[in-house]
Design a protein. Structure first.
Length: 172
């Protein structure tokens, strides 16, 4: 390959690589605007979005969910809201996000798998090993607050002990 061909190839490839958000499922500023109704967001610690996944880790000023997200205390009530395409904030005592997903699957396999996919799909394509280790700890903690948005194919986990929120979206 000649130098001229290499330069021509680079000149064509570089503009494509520099396109912001090209093929990304989400853009950080738009996601922050979407989540501002749900959370008391502070700084972004991590953001990655590709064509089939998004993972974002945020500091939160307050580790709570704003009242705009319907709260549910049972799987049955959650399923009614999920069927309507509404996000749900699980207010169950001593339940990890993983246990909530299992409970959903036991009542409605399709909806439970939807939550599982939202939470696991992004782990391979959009998450570093360091983020994955912290995510697993939060996913299995009964201190974690869980919000599931089936219409948006998204899972939001708020971890009060560290004032963190992890947002995951999957489009598999």
């Amino acid at each position: 390959m000649t130098v001229a061909r290499i330069l021509r190839w680079v000149m064509m490839a570089v503009p494509l690589a520099l396109l912001p958000g090209c093929g990304a499922l989400d853009k950080e500023d738009q996601l922050r605007a979407e989540l501002a109704d749900w959370l008391y967001l502070a700084e972004t610690r991590y953001f990655a979005s590709k064509h089939n996944c998004t993972v974002a880790v945020f500091d939160v000023a307050r580790a709570e969910v704003r009242t705009v997200v319907p709260r549910v205390s049972s799987v049955e009530t959650a399923l009614l809201r999920i069927e309507k395409g509404e996000p749900v904030f699980f207010r169950t005592q001593q339940s990890t996000p993983n246990e909530i997903s299992q409970a959903l699957m036991s009542k409605n396999l399709q909806k439970g798998v939807g939550m599982l996919t939202a939470g696991t799909g992004p782990t391979t394509g959009c998450m570093t090993d360091g983020i994955a280790a912290g995510y697993y700890r939060i996913l299995t903690s009964d201190e974690t607050l869980t919000v599931y948005d089936s219409a948006g194919e998204a899972l939001l986990l708020i971890y009060p002990p560290e004032l963190l929120a992890i947002f995951l979206r999957s489009s598999l």
